[in-house]
Design a protein around this ligand. Structure first.
Ligand code: C5P
Length: 232
């Protein structure tokens, strides 16, 4: 599994998504389908984007009792996605159950990665709302190691954390990093950002890029620029 740029297709309808993807006549980008699009259009959107030849990261962040997550993962595995995810906060047992559910009878399965602490959670809300008192860094690394020990393939994390995750969990443990912006671009609501070139330097395996591509005047050119900067 090499390095790649994943486009976050944060659209609210199939129509808008296909209109966007139709612009890519050459290379078929790896795409991320999140809750908004999946809940709007259902599993058919996954089947159709797959049929068009794209690889898919289905970003549904499962978190429930182990048995429920296991069964849900079996359904996602049948949809033939390439990467799916869950919350490490669901515990090691939930992650192990997820892997069982995801594994097809022939032994193959999509990659499974974990969300550690959401980047929208800060130290204060973690302490107040979740009663977790350890420093954020330590919490993120602990969740990453638990995910690795459960057999998962990697984590979603800030590009600023990717280096540390590799140090703690090994180079083969994947880091999938959002929060990427061009040096001359608008950061929008992302606070801690990196350019594609910086994300490459720090060792991100996949970067997830939304608005710098989807809202660009020329999305195909923006995608190609991102690939050039990240992969070279
Ligand atoms: O448009 P933008 O490049 O900010 O999109 C980034 C994508 O990555 C969005 O789909 C966003 O929900 C997702 N994401 C994120 N930060 C996280 C986890 C996911 O920006 N910590």
């Amino acid at each position: 599994m090499g390095k790649d740029v994943i486009i976050a297709c944060d659209f609210d309808s199939a129509e808008k998504t296909y209109a966007f993807l139709d612009r890519f006549t050459g290379r078929k980008p790896f795409v991320k389908i999140g809750m908004e699009l999946f809940y709007a259009e259902g599993p058919q959107i996954v089947r159709e984007i797959k049929r068009r030849g794209h690889r898919i990261f289905l970003d549904l962040k499962l978190h429930d009792i182990p048995n429920t997550v296991k069964k849900a993962m079996a359904v996602l595995s049948n949809l033939d996605v390439d990467i799916c995810n869950l919350h490490a906060a669901g515990t090691r047992r939930m992650m192990e159950a997820a892997l069982e559910g995801l594994t097809r009878p022939d032994g193959t399965r999509p990659l499974l990665i974990a969300v550690t602490q959401l980047t929208s959670t800060d130290q204060e809300s973690m302490e107040k709302d979740l009663l977790i008192r350890a420093p954020m860094d330590q919490v993120v690394m602990h969740y990453a190691k638990t995910a690795r020990d459960a057999g998962l393939d990697g984590v979603v994390c800030s590009p600023l954390e990717a280096g540390k995750v590799h140090e703690a969990c090994g180079r083969a443990f994947l880091t999938v990093t959002p929060g990427v912006r061009f040096a001359d671009g608008d950061a929008g609501d992302q606070k801690r950002v990196m350019t594609p070139a910086q994300a490459r330097e720090i060792g991100s395996d996949y970067i997830v890029v939304g608005r710098p591509i989807t809202a660009a005047a020329d999305p195909v050119a923006a995608y190609e620029r991102c690939v050039a900067e990240f992969i070279g």
